[in-house]
Design a protein around this ligand. Sequence first.
Ligand SMILES: [Cu+2]
Length: 315
Amino acid sequence: MSPTTIFAPASTPANAIAGLSMLVVGMTGVIFVAVAGLLIYAIVAFRRSPDQAIEPAQVYGSNQVELAWTVVPMLIVVVLFLATVRVITRVQEAGRPADALQVVAVGHQFWWEYRYPGSGVVTANELHVPVSEAGHPAATVITLLSADTDHSFWVPRLAGKTDLIPNRVNSTWIEPAEEGVYLGQCAQYCGTQHAKMLLRVYVETREAFERWIGGQRRRAAVDATVAEGGRVFQHTSCVNCHTIAGTAANGRFGPDLTHVMSRDTIAAGIAPNTRDNLRRWIRNPDDIKPGSRMPAMNLNEQELDAVTAYLASLR
Ligand SMILES: [Cu+2]
């Protein structure tokens, strides 16, 4: 099964959407079979016989038949319309749990910024949310903003697709019932590396989620053994684009690196977050993601080693 199928929903809005899709596919499937069946029957049963010289008598007008094929499709359309309206209201504002966790997602070329206003946590590309349990429902409302151009947030097993538009506030919500990592992808073409703008949503038990939030709120640990790398970072323009809480680095153009090692992947899900990949990325981001918005900084081998060691200490 594809990890991005809409037919294996694992969250409230996605369930409603999958149910509606099955209803539509079912009804249109029955119509298709009935129409195609009648057509084939007519072709076979009323085909021209070899000894037939002239056109057979034609039948014109039948109020019964005309009425049937006007009224039945109208009823079908009304049913589909009502079912769709029901799902839309459930997915939109009216269906949203009031006490949901609030997260702000900002789309950037070509990565995702996540801010948790309730706890001050800022992270990138890997969204963590609590799982919704029977006695303890937990929904997350995600406010969607864009820093540059149009993007679209789509994790098919959790919710429908919603765009992130500059100067506009959109939102979506999820209420996942199963733990796990859910995948998705930016669903609105946003530039050269649009295809490498992946979404990862980590649905965790409430305890694991609280532990994660706690870890993200801690200040960056000061590790004397990597001080050299810290200096390289502070004195290169890394600080203009990246934040490391507790240091002078407070740029917002690129991902927050305060706890970069707490993430499984770098560069929006494209590469596993290993030391080798980090070094490769800093040496030349285009190696991993051609056209990314981070320039190669032309560091020498020694500086590269030092800055990689420094980042690797940020857990
Ligand atoms: Cu995008």
